[in-house]
Design a protein around this ligand. Structure first.
Ligand code: FAD
Length: 448
């Protein structure tokens, strides 16, 4: 008999926690997981999945318009936000049930309540029950950050976007990151007048400059307004429930919703880290070693709460590597090189490896190849939008250091090309590959 109730107690049933739980259990460990909201976590319940469904749903506006040029007459087309919202929420329910079933099938005990750490091998549940475990895994993720200012309580975050009663006529979106730009695209496509407000002077910091400039240009053409260097002063509510947004140095904006997408902070508040000597870093993240172990030997942490790379596939890999290391006798670390990423804006952006600026700073001798083209389907639909693909190579070897794309379906195309970048292939290998014609992806093997 073990001296503990469980071999592993996981706090948080999101991307990292679910993977770690079921893999550890498959290795023979007795596992429990606590989830205070819904099994599946951010990605499934209020992140990647419902977001992507809204992107698909909103894109029909453009597709239906373009369909005319392809010979279709679509009479009486109309859109219902409640219908899209409810279908998306139904799919979230389906996935929530599927994740719960996976955990049940792996004999993982689920506590549907909040857990906090009270000792290196002990957690306390919201009900007051205490449970002991040989190992504890913190997989509590992150939450939206909203700065404090007068009226900040009138603003919403991405969490609430999936539950709006009605489609707003006017929306102000604070932030310049991927979540802000994705919701800007969704709402704009659905007919909302969108203003993106940014404290700085750029969107999508960290992405290739030319690619993000292209998105800015396309978004402005689509009617999205941008206000840069515009810190929030206050938000006030009118009698009719609409909002007035006051920004320093800009005219006030009248809006139905104000969405804050200004970053996500690790969920460590009230977790009991002080009881086990774990000190979060300056950004509130839990410091871990290469094997995701914290400063306390029996406690590990994976996913957004460690703020390494806040993406679902990374949290999943970290959860897998943790379970392999601790329960599978296969010490494993995660390779953080060449992680592909996308912005599901309209059109989307996809990227892997170094940007031109990063490559120049790190390697000096680089070469940039690009293709600035109008996708065939846009030409036919009389849509002026151009795509842009960029490849950065190290010279003289020609090894690819980065690939950056904006254009229809670019995340789908980039995932495959990322394999080549990760494998260290050269520009020559792309040149040696015959184009698949006609496609947008063929631009990748025709770069000049
Ligand atoms: P989470 O999935 O957040 O899971 C943590 C869980 O812990 C939550 O369910 C929470 O309720 C629970 N919890 C917290 N504290 C406690 C406690 N004390 N006790 C019990 N339970 C607790 N990533 C991508 O890769 N691609 C995308 O397109 C993408 N889009 C996104 C869009 C949005 C709007 C958002 C918000 C995020 C998006 N992400 C995307 C990021 C992705 O969702 C996260 O990186 C991922 O979910 C992190 O997984 P995790 O396991 O670390 O945490």
């Amino acid at each position: 008999m073990s001296e503990y109730d469980f071999d592993l107690f996981v706090i948080g049933a999101g991307s990292g926690g679910v993977r770690a739980s079921r893999v550890a259990s498959a290795y023979g460990a007795k596992v429990a997981v606590a989830e205070e909201h819904r099994v599946g976590g951010t990605c499934v319940i209020r992140g990647c999945v419902p977001k992507k469904l809204l992107v698909y749903g909103s894109h029909f506006a453009e597709d239906l318009e373009d369909a005319k040029n392809y010979g279709w007459t679509i009479e009486g087309a109309s859109f219902s936000w409640p219908a899209l919202r409810d279908h998306v929420l139904n799919d979230v329910d389906r996935l929530n049930a599927a994740y719960t079933t996976t955990l049940n099938n792996h004999d993982v005990h689920i506590f549907h309540e909040r857990a906090t750490i009270i000792a290196p091998h002990r957690v306390r549940l919201a009900s007051g029950q205490e449970v002991s475990a040989k190992f504890i895994l913190i997989a509590t993720g992150a939450r939206p950050f909203v700065p404090e200012f007068p009226g900040s309580d009138l603003c919403i975050t991405s969490n609430e976007m999936f539950h709006l009663d009605a489609l707003p006529k006017r929306a102000v979106i604070a932030g310049g990151g991927y979540i802000a730009n994705e919701f800007a695209g969704i709402l704009n496509a659905l007919g909302t007048r969108v203003t993106v407000v940014n404290r700085g002077n750029t969107i999508l910091r960290g992405y290739d400059e030319q690619v993000r400039d292209r998105l800015l240009q396309i978004y402005m053409t689509k009617g999205i307004e941008f206000k840069f260097k515009a810190p929030f002063e206050k938000v006030e509510k009118r009698e009719d429930g609409t909002l007035d947004v006051y920004l320093t140095g800009h005219d006030p904006i009248h809006a139905d919703i104000v969405l804050f997408a200004t970053g996500r902070v690790p969920n460590v508040e009230g977790l009991g880290l002080g009881h086990v000597g774990i000190t979060p870093d300056d950004l509130g993240a839990i410091p871990v070693d290469d094997y995701s172990k914290t400063s306390c030997d029996s406690i590990y942490a994976v996913g957004d709460v460690t703020n390494r790379v806040q993406l679902t596939p990374v949290a999943i890999r970290e959860g897998q590597a943790f379970a392999d290391t601790v329960f599978g006798d296969k010490p494993s670390t995660v390779d953080y090189g060449c992680i592909p990423a996308a912005v599901f804006s309209q059109p989307p952006i996809a990227s892997v490896g170094l940007t031109e600026g990063e490559a120049r700073n790190r390697y000096g001798n680089i070469r940039v190849y690009s293709s600035d083209f109008r996708p065939m389907r846009n030409v036919f639909a009389h849509r002026a939008e151009r795509g842009l693909y960029k490849m950065i190579t190290e010279e003289p070897s020609g090894r690819i250091l980065g690939l950056h794309m904006i254009g229809p379906d670019s995340p789908e195309i980039l995932q495959a090309a990322a394999v080549a970048v990760k494998a260290g292939l050269t520009k020559q290998a792309f040149d040696d590959t015959v184009a698949l014609h006609p496609s947008m992806a063929e631009e990748l093997v025709l770069l000049k």
